[in-house]
Design a protein around this ligand. Structure first.
Ligand code: 13P
Length: 260
């Protein structure tokens, strides 16, 4: 893939004020970035989305939300609807992050419904899949990921699938207690995802859906993932919450892209 996707999920971090400071600093330091080659995105919490939209108005950085309900409106206390996100003008909606599955019982059927709605609203669904520690331990990672894909992609047509981003995020690799996947292991799973997409759609569609890796990515290991042919980008948590640290990763990857 000629483009690298680099994004950060802020999870439950940053107030509106912190969002403003972070994005001003980020915008100021991207002058030499080739946006044809690097697609940047940030995914703040809901309360910061409006401020973030304003800060990113003249920038090439895409804005995402961390979740969304599949219904347009209704009696769903505490939920956020696609209409609300549409009004703000988000580009991406992250769906099925493992923390949503783990702590809020979100399942593949919910994620499938959310993906359909996100497509109807012209958002780019960023679908997260990945096996947990137990599946890895018992050697059933591939089965678990295929099951996730089969349900999440149910009734998603080829033309719709082309608009998606997929993040492979092994649960055991995420967060402070996580261990980053070995790049060759991550690539093996990316190849599995690609072959599922090829089976369901076709070779071209499968090749054109960006597959990004997330789980304890940092400045030291970022390039090791990106030198793998089937890894099209990185989805970063902790190592991008400090703007300097995110900028260091972005510049390192930009340098690599210029020289490769
Ligand atoms: P960490 O980079 O902190 O492991 O988080 C990754 C993640 O969950 C991205 O969605």
């Amino acid at each position: 893939m000629d483009k690298i996707y680099l994004g950060t999920n802020w999870k439950m971090h940053k107030t509106i004020n912190e969002t403003e400071l972070y994005l001003k600093e980020l915008n100021k330091n991207l002058n030499n970035i080739d946006f044809n080659k690097i697609k940047l995105f940030v995914i703040p919490p809901y309360t910061s989305l409006n401020k973030a939209r304003k800060e990113l108005v003249d920038s090439n950085i895409l804005l995402g939300a961390q979740n969304m309900h599949w219904k347009r409106e209704g009696a769903y206390t505490g939920e956020i609807s696609p209409l609300m996100l549409d009004e703000i003008g988000v580009d991406i909606v992250e769906l099925g992050h493992s923390e949503r599955r783990q702590y809020y019982n979100e399942n593949n059927i919910d994620i499938n419904k959310k993906a359909k709605t996100a497509l109807d609203f012209n958002f780019t669904p960023l679908i997260c899949v990945g096996e947990n520690y137990e599946a890895k331990k018992y050697g059933i990672s591939e089965e678990m990921i295929r099951k996730q894909l089969k349900i999440i992609f149910n009734n998603i047509k080829r033309e719709e699938a082309k608009k998606l981003l997929i993040a492979y995020e092994p649960v055991w690799a995420i967060g402070e207690k996580g261990e980053p996947a070995k790049p060759e292991y991550a690539e093996k799973i990316h190849i599995l995802i690609r072959s599922y997409l090829e089976e369901k759609y076709d070779n071209m569609t499968s090749k054109n859906i960006p597959l990004i890796y997330g789980g304890s990515v940092n400045n030291e290991n970022a390039l090791k993932f990106l030198t793998r042919t089937n890894i099209d980008g990185l989805f970063i948590g902790r190592a991008a919450w400090d703007v300097e640290s995110f900028l260091n990763i972005i510049h390192k990857i930009n340098f690599f892209k210029y020289n490769s």
